[in-house]
Design a protein around this ligand. Structure first.
Ligand code: URP
Ligand code: ZN
Ligand code: ZN
Length: 469
């Protein structure tokens, strides 16, 4: 079947132009000049989608999600079915989630478990990173096999002692292994040992409410860990990708490394661009628990958000991901009613990334092309999925979003599709709306209707990071 998307402005990371998109089966066949003889000929017999007045953008690529993550004494409330469906509603057509090797487990066995969770359940295409939670000789060897199979990135944690934490020696050994097999090391850069001391002291003082999560996870402990991760990556000669960066001081460390031509990259997330410790984490009663995530929301007095937007412009921040890790208030966040340390860490937002970053286009923080670059093209290249994903071009998968740049609407728990009993974005008014979504040529969302099916999404083996120098 052929499909022609006509009348829209096609946006790429390099710019935007009026063009018609011809799709043959699952792939883009051509970008055509509107009104050209070839476009007119293509229209005959094709399913025609009118995108007049709309933006036609590559499907979003969210390279940091946690469907069904067992964490904080519970499990993330979106499974692969509900979470990827919500992604589709929000214009994200590819996710890269995290398979988890826990302490004492074999990497291969853990990966098999996560593959089984996703297989046949996803609404959009998906790949995996591997969390290495137990650095042993066997785990290191298995990394090489995973790279050969398309799992080309490995997350380590400098935080969460006793859960996922790796010490500096383990980190260095993993980096040395990645230097040999070409894998990308993704780092949760917070000094977890120091944080746990401050957290215990806060609790002993009787400071038990959610905002204390932000007070004890100090910006210095993010920037120190970021600096340390960068130095270890230099010694280990591995490429490094800092995940969910929130502090301007950590961004400074990334900028210094990048100025020295190191293979150091970083992402931030919408929550750090829009939410703050004072306005969200410090909400009255237990409401702030909805905003407990790590790294934490930062103080608005310290202008982190402005610096993060600047980093997104300068490319010291190359990617926006969600770190989608949803927990309901009821029975999940509530685990920490009397002790902020027991609140499961995470915010659900896989559905809102494209819209929230588009707000930056509206306010002049970034341009239209940069929006696409941050949300689709660069994440695809960073994680070895380009040009299959992240661009609308001949031969690419026809993952396409038709986006109304002017529609105004309000985000609410009543209209989102994530499996959560609240929305961190409740009441946020946005301009811009995902009207239609195609995943490999198939319309899966159209004007308020979901037309896809569980299992539409396919597993994506990935090549190495495509930015390595
Ligand atoms: O708070 C967060 N970020 N939860 C998910 C786990 C992680 O560290 O990415
Ligand atoms: Zn993390
Ligand atoms: Zn995460």
């Amino acid at each position: 079947m052929t499909t022609l998307i006509k009348g829209g402005t096609v946006v790429a990371s390099t710019g935007a132009a009026l063009a018609e998109v011809l799709i043959d089966g699952e792939q883009v066949a051509a970008l055509l000049q509107p009104g050209s003889a070839i476009a007119t000929a293509a229209e005959a017999g094709a399913q025609v989608i009118d995108a007049s007045g709309k933006l036609v953008v590559p499907g979003g690529v969210d390279v940091h999600t946690h469907m069904e993550l067992p964490f904080g004494g519970t499990e993330a409330s979106d499974d692969f079915e509900s979470g990827t469906r919500a992604a589709a509603w929000g214009g994200t057509t590819t996710i890269v989630d995290f398979a988890v090797q826990r302490y004492g487990e074999a990497v291969r066995d853990s990966l098999d478990v996560w593959m089984a969770k996703a297989e046949g359940n996803c609404a959009v295409d998906y790949g995996f990173h591997m969390i290495i939670g137990d650095v042993t000789n066997d785990s290191l060897k298995e990394m090489d096999l995973l790279v050969d199979e398309g799992i080309t990135s490995f997350k380590l944690f400098m935080a969460y002692p006793g859960v996922f934490y790796s010490d500096d020696g383990q980190i260095l050994r993993t980096m040395q292994q990645a230097a040999g097999n070409g894998g990308l090391i993704m780092m949760h850069a917070e000094n977890g040992l120091a944080i746990d001391v401050l957290a215990e002291q806060a609790f002993e003082r009787g400071d038990t409410s959610p905002v204390n999560h932000g007070y004890v996870r100090r910006k210095e402990l993010e920037s120190e860990a970021t600096h340390r991760a960068i130095q270890l990556a230099k010694v280990g000669a591995a490429p490094l990708y800092i995940v969910h960066l929130s502090a301007r001081e950590a961004l400074e460390q990334v900028a210094i490394a990048r100025d020295r031509d190191m293979n150091v990259f970083a992402e931030t997330c919408p929550q750090y661009l829009y939410f703050s410790l004072e306005e969200h984490l410090d909400r009255s009663g237990f409401d702030g628990a909805a905003y407990v995530c790590s790294t934490p929301l930062r103080s608005h007095h310290e202008h982190h958000q402005q610096e993060l937007w600047r980093g997104l412009r300068s490319n010291d921040l190359a990617v926006v991901s969600t770190d989608h890790c949803p927990f309901c208030m009821k029975e999940q966040k509530e685990l920490g009613l009397d002790d902020f340390r027991a609140i499961p860490n995470g915010i659900g937002g896989v559905e809102h990334r494209m819209d929230m970053i588009y707000q930056g286009v509206r306010t002049g923080e970034i341009g239209l092309a940069r929006w696409v670059e941050l949300c689709a093209t660069t994440p695809a290249r960073m994680m070895g999925l380009y040009p299959r994903k992240g661009i609308i071009a001949a031969g690419s998968d026809a993952d396409i979003v038709i986006y109304d740049p002017d529609k105004v609407w309000t985000i609410s728990v009543d209209n989102h599709h994530m499996n959560m009993d609240h929305s961190a974005y409740e009441g946020v008014e946005v301009t811009g709306h995902v009207d239609t979504v195609l995943s490999r040529g198939k319309v899966i969302v159209d004007n308020g209707q979901y037309l896809g099916r569980k299992g539409d999404g396919r597993y994506l083996p990935r090549s190495l990071c495509q930015y390595l120098q």
